[in-house]
Design a protein around this ligand. Structure first.
Ligand code: SF4
Ligand code: SF4
Ligand code: SF4
Length: 260
């Protein structure tokens, strides 16, 4: 637990930085979730100050510059092996002090060393609970066996699979990070992982993967919001209909009641 908030009102975090390359975004931190997180942090800190309460570390403001530095060191496969929803959530957990910098199997020892240096810590051996480091793979769909269910499209965090419903699907090799997330959902087991020509992702490939993942998250956020809005509209329409029916029943009762 961090210390009490006596006299710490000035700890209210800086406003969220926009236009710093995080515009689209995560099951990791979208700009929207970052703004919400910032607003929540401000509220919690001010309440904490007034009530003199300790606040859990996970609710403390995050050093966004550190998060960006850590995220820039991660491979961006978005595979989730670190136990977080993607590279950005893992970077945030490390910046909060909630996660050790040895949980990224795709990054291996090089990334562990870089993360530890950025955090001012000594490098740890890789956490075996997260899986072993493997050379980069490339997903390949055996197209003759594909039934076009699109489950792989829903699973791919960087939109590297294309195909229409009930039609053959294919992997865009230049965009595949080898995260393996498409393999398990395939009901006919027609996705295989082949060795990639390059054993690691280049910095440019990681940047592209980060951008595509954030764009995907933003699109999914938008779809969720639209669904919520449509559901509310349907509920409101249903409520209005129920109200009209109740009024009609009341009017009918009044009309049939002989009493003045
Ligand atoms: S690449 Fe590393 S940091 Fe990114 S999601 Fe996978 S394990 Fe986590
Ligand atoms: S195609 Fe499969 S392995 Fe490649 S990025 Fe998408 S989900 Fe990962
Ligand atoms: S999950 Fe398998 S069967 Fe379904 S579209 Fe993808 S490759 Fe084809």
């Amino acid at each position: 637990m961090p210390s009490l908030f006596a006299g710490l009102d000035i700890l209210a975090p800086d406003p969220p930085r926009m236009g710093h390359g995080l515009e689209p975004a995560a099951n990791c931190a979208t700009p929207t979730t970052r703004v919400r997180s910032w607003a929540r942090n401000c509220t919690i800190i001010r309440i904490g100050f007034h009530l003199q309460l300790p606040v859990p570390a996970r609710l403390m403001p995050i050093d966004l510059a550190l998060v960006d530095r850590l995220d820039a060191l991660l491979p961006q496969t978005q595979c989730g092996q670190c136990g977080h929803g993607g590279c950005m959530p893992y970077a945030e957990a490390m910046a909060r002090g909630d996660a050790a910098p040895n949980r990224c199997p795709p990054g291996g020892g090089t990334v562990i060393a870089a993360l530890a240096a950025a955090l001012g810590q000594s490098p740890l051996p890789p956490d075996p609970a997260c899986g072993a480091h493997k050379p980069r793979a490339l997903a390949h769909i055996r197209e003759a066996e594909c039934i076009g269910c699109s489950k792989c499209v829903q699973a791919c965090p960087v939109d590297a699979i294309v195909g229409a419903s009930k039609r053959m699907h294919t992997v865009l090799a230049a965009l595949c990070t080898g995260c393996e997330l498409c393999v398990a959902p395939c009901p006919v087991d027609c996705i295989e992982l082949l060795p990639h020509a390059r054993s690691r992702m280049s910095a440019t490939e990681s940047d592209v993967a980060r951008m595509r993942h954030r764009a995907r998250q933003q699109r999914l956020d938008g779809e969720r919001l639209r669904l919520q809005r449509d559901t509310s509209a349907v509920n409101a329409a249903g409520d209005a209909q129920a109200l009209q029916a109740a009024l009609a029943r009341a009017r009918a009762r009044r009309a049939s009641d002989p009493r003045p």
